[in-house]
Design a protein. Structure first.
Length: 141
């Protein structure tokens, strides 16, 4: 049986709203804001702050990272603006309201998404390798 990657493990943990919500410790936007921790977690995000990006979040599903939040940003709309093909976003249903069929469709879509991303990265590496090889061959001429 194949081992789970860190991303797979994170997906299984972060697919649940409560787990995503628990990551929003010291989230800068709460009272009177639209992008509260609850709204961020509902839109599929978990909190991954860095010293140079104190409001960095990531979608548990499409892995899109977003920062630079303003208090009145709508997490669902920002998610849509930056990753409109995210299957979780398209479902727009709280995890607790998902049927088993919804969850199976998401899991299938997640595996397909991960496979496509892996292929994209391998293609990128191949292009970099061929560019280097071409440069080295031209240097020999």
């Amino acid at each position: 049986m194949p081992e789970l990657s860190k991303a797979d493990g994170e997906y299984f943990l972060m697919q649940y709203y409560e787990n995503r919500l628990q990551t929003f410790v010291n989230w800068p936007f709460e009272d009177g804001c639209i992008c509260t921790a609850e709204q961020m977690a509902a839109a599929g995000f978990f909190y991954t702050p860095e010293s140079n990006n104190p409001d960095l979040v990531q979608c548990f599903f499409c892995c899109k990272e977003l920062d630079g939040w303003d208090p009145n940003d709508d997490p669902w709309e920002e998610h849509k603006a930056h990753s409109d093909k995210c299957p979780y976003l398209k479902l727009r249903k709280p995890t607790e309201d998902m049927t088993l069929q919804d969850q199976l469709k998401l899991l299938q879509a997640k595996h397909l998404f991960s496979l496509k991303e892996s292929i994209r990265k391998k293609q990128e590496q191949l292009h970099e390798y061929t560019d280097r090889a071409r440069s080295q061959m031209l240097a020999l001429m």
